[in-house]
Every structure is written in C-alpha cells, then in structure tokens.
Design a protein around this ligand. Structure first.
Ligand code: PLP
Ligand code: COI
Length: 342
C-alpha cells in the first residue's frame, strides 16, 4: 500500500522500505533499451528462469535527493552512480544503461514523488535505489537476453542508529568479496555474503561488521554497507583503504577531495593494518546511506579499540560531516558538477 505523506513523521525516519506512488521502469529487449516510464506497480514481473534469481546477474545503486532551504530538490553526483552502475553491469555482462537516461530517470522519479522528499532541517532525505537485473527464460549459467532497469525511492533517516553519535563496529572472520571477484561492483552477491556477519554484529550491539582483506586478513577493507576512513593522530591526515575488493564509494572520493581542498588535510588511499589502529585519533564509516558515521570503538579478536570517544564525534569527522552535508543540502558551495537540480 502506498504510504500517505500525512502519516510520515519526518523527524523519526529510519532506513525502511516504504511504497511510494511512482517508480521508473525500462526494458531491454531485442538488443536495445526501450523508452522507460513511471509506473505505479511496485512488483516486478519476470520469468522463473531469470538469471537474477538463480545466478545473481544484477546490480544496484544507492543515491539521495535532498531538500534545500529554499524548498527546491537536488541530487548529489548522480553521474557517479550512473557510471558505477555501468561498471557493475560490465562485470556481470549486462548492457550499460546510458548515463543521461539514468539522470533523467532520477529527475522524473523524484519530481513524481516530490511530496515525499523530507523537509529541509529534518535531516531526512529521499533515498533512491536504481536496480538493473537480467530476466527472461533461462536455465544455463549465461547472461540474460532481456533486462529490467528500475528506480524506486523512499524517505529515509540515518542508516546507523547513532547518526552523528559514535557507535561500535566489529571485525568479523568472514570475507565479503575476493580480490579478483566482484567486491568493486555493487552486486547482490556481496551483500548476501555479508548477511551472516551483519546479523551477528547487529545482535551483539554493533552497528555493522568490518571486513579484513581476503588474502591475509591483516588490512581493513570496508564495512558491510560503507567504506572506512581514519584521521591520524594530530588531525593532519585522512586515510582510507586501498583494495581491489571494496566498493569505490562516491562519498569516500568526495571526502578525499573535501579533506584536501577544503580542510587542508593530507589524504591517501593506502593499506590500513588492523594492528595499526593506534595511529588514528578518529575513524568513521562513509557512504550514501551511512553519510558519515563516527566509529566509537572497533572490536577485534575480543578487544575494543576506542578511537576518539564512544559518545562524542571527533572534531575532524564533524568538520567533514558539516562540509559534505552542507553541500548536499545546498548550504555550502559545491565543487563544479556535484549538484544536479531536479
Ligand atoms: N561500501 C559498501 C559495501 C556499500 O554498500 C556502500 C554503499 O553504497 C558504500 C561502500 C558507500 O558507497 P557510496 O558512498 O557510493 O554510497
Ligand atoms: C548505500 O549507501 O546506498 C547502500 O547501498 C548501502 C546499502 C547496503 C543500504
């Protein structure tokens, strides 16, 4: 059932599915993308042999629309999501969805559901979930002949319950992706592989699981739903893991830019060893859903390593948060090309 705008409490939004009036839907048939359109049906119809169902041939994205102070609505770097979906599509042999069509679909979708974009000042945003899947009759392990591209959305609040209040995370003895596997692609299998570790983490009071490199289990990779960053003691350097099996986070690359150009920090994508946590005064999780979530403590082999504080956000993390969200909500000047008005 479509949720009524009047039933939504903007100030206590979590990160939960809500059925909104419209979604965008396009089919790929006979070797080409057909023109997409807005539809009201939230269910996808597909053949039982569809490769997405059996072999996970599909990829998704996550991005947000923001309400600004003057009431207008804007997207943050949607071209980067469009490009990453193309990269994920390439990895699992799906046809690319054109970048321009992707951005136009997002604009149409947000305009049609505009009443559901949370008011400025509530901290809420409209989360947009693009999805590309292989469908049609099939049984062998091979790519589909037909595809569905869809994009739906819902208002959300913080992904990790604390928001800007630090929460704890735990390093788990599971891998989510292999170096030459699909870790760089936003494909469902990586998330299926993370469910067990994520469940353990949540049930034991942690926000999410943190993964180490799948070869030696010595370096931090990322979090099940976000990238990792650390601020070195003295507050001078922003470091974030370099690895062939993590998602190239758009938030992370935005922070690398802002930390350097706006905060004057040194920045580096580098190996971060789990035994070297003492070098950091602050640490955080970053992503579209996560925004910037300070990591209070990180549990590893029975020891909880506390960074800045378990209860208060560190000063550099706070400045990064203010700069990033200021840009996203239109209060701070954005670097060229980062904002697309709806
Ligand atoms: N890493 C994983 C595993 C994710 O699911 C996400 C979310 O998209 C991210 C990192 C952050 O990526 P982005 O900043 O592009 O949202
Ligand atoms: C996002 O941040 O958009 C994500 O896709 C994370 C997700 C697993 C909720």
């Amino acid at each position: 059932m479509v949720v009524k705008v009047s039933d939504i409490d903007w100030n206590s939004l979590g990160f939960d599915y809500m059925q909104l009036p419209y979604r965008y839907l396009a089919y790929y048939r006979n070797g080409k993308w057909e023109e997409g359109k807005l539809t009201e049906d939230p269910n996808l119809h597909m053949n039982e042999g569809s490769p997405i169902l059996h072999y996970g041939q599909g990829a998704f994205e996550g991005m947000k629309a923001y309400r600004t102070k003057d009431g207008s609505i804007q997207l943050f770097r949607p071209d980067r999501n469009a490009k990453r979906l193309q990269d994920s599509a390439d990895r699992v042999l799906m046809p690319e969805y054109p970048i321009e069509d992707f951005i136009n679909a997002a604009k149409q979708l947000v305009k049609a559901n505009a009443d559901y974009v949370p008011p400025y000042g509530t901290g809420g945003t409209l989360y947009i979930r693009p999805l590309l899947i292989g469908v049609g009759p099939n049984i062998g392990v091979k790519p589909a002949d037909e595809y569905i591209f869809t994009m739906f959305c819902m208002p959300v609040g913080p992904y990790f319950k604390g928001g800007l209040t630090p929460t704890n995370f735990i390093v788990m003895d599971y891998d989510r992706a292999a170096h030459k596997g699909t870790g760089q692609s936003k494909v469902g299998g990586n998330y299926a592989a993370s469910l067990k570790a994520g469940k353990y983490a949540h049930e034991h009071g942690y926000s999410d699981a943190v993964y180490l490199d799948p070869v030696e289990h010595k370096r931090i990779e990322e979090i099940g739903s976000a990238n990792f960053f650390g601020i070195t003691k003295g507050g001078k350097k922003f470091l974030t893991p370099k690895s062939p099996s993590i998602l190239p986070s758009i938030t992370k690359y935005s922070l690398l830019y802002l930390a350097k150009e706006r905060l004057g920090l040194e920045t580096e994508e580098t190996e971060i060893f789990i035994d070297d946590l003492d070098m950091f005064s602050e640490a955080g999780a970053c992503g579209t859903a996560a925004v910037i979530a300070p990591i209070g403590g990180l549990e590893y082999e029975g020891n909880l390593h506390v960074f800045y504080s378990e209860t208060e956000v560190g000063p550099v993390t706070k400045r990064l948060y203010d700069e990033l969200t200021g840009i996203q909500f239109g209060d701070v000047e954005a670097p060229e090309g980062w904002i697309v008005k709806v």
